[in-house]
Design a binder for this molecule. Structure first.
Ligand code: SF4
Length: 141
């Protein structure tokens, strides 16, 4: 079937129905609809999500966390990140809120990651803290 689709029932330039081994079963051919079928669906616009990715590190370690067991990238490890586009001041505030003391924060280049239905537009910060062990944020490793 893969070869049939690649060589005989080709979409661009029209299917080669006269050479087709399944012509007698083909409804599109019988009903003279080979130019209209398959109907191409309009691609759905991707949802754009702003995210702020945080690379928390101290002299020895970098924090990661595991994503939830269900949903996008289920069960995979990632750098901690927040929904929305955070400023440096907001990142400082968030760090303190979760028990970390930033010593230095450096903005990273923006990045984009495209999934089938979502686009992540990412802002990133490298946040050097005095001691990662101080955080009690659930899920940080
Ligand atoms: S007969 Fe049907 S399956 Fe065969 S090439 Fe034509 S459209 Fe494709």
């Amino acid at each position: 079937l893969i070869e049939l689709g690649a060589i005989v029932c080709v979409p661009n330039g029209g299917p080669k129905c006269e050479q087709c081994p399944v012509k007698e079963y083909c409804i599109a051919h019988a009903e003279n609809l080979t130019a209209e079928i398959p109907v191409k669906k309009k691609a759905k616009a991707r949802k754009i999500e702003e995210r702020t990715v945080l690379i928390f590190k101290d002299g020895k370690q970098i924090a990661i966390r595991k994503r939830p067991a269900k949903g996008l990238l289920a069960g995979l490890y990632e750098f901690p990140n927040l929904e929305g586009k955070f400023s440096m001041a907001e990142v400082t505030e968030y760090s303190k809120k979760i028990g970390l003391m930033p010593v230095r924060i450096q903005e990273l280049p923006e990045a984009k990651h495209i999934f089938s239905h979502i686009e992540w537009h990412m802002t990133g910060y490298e946040v050097t803290v005095d001691e990662l062990e101080k955080t009690n944020e659930e899920g940080f490793l």
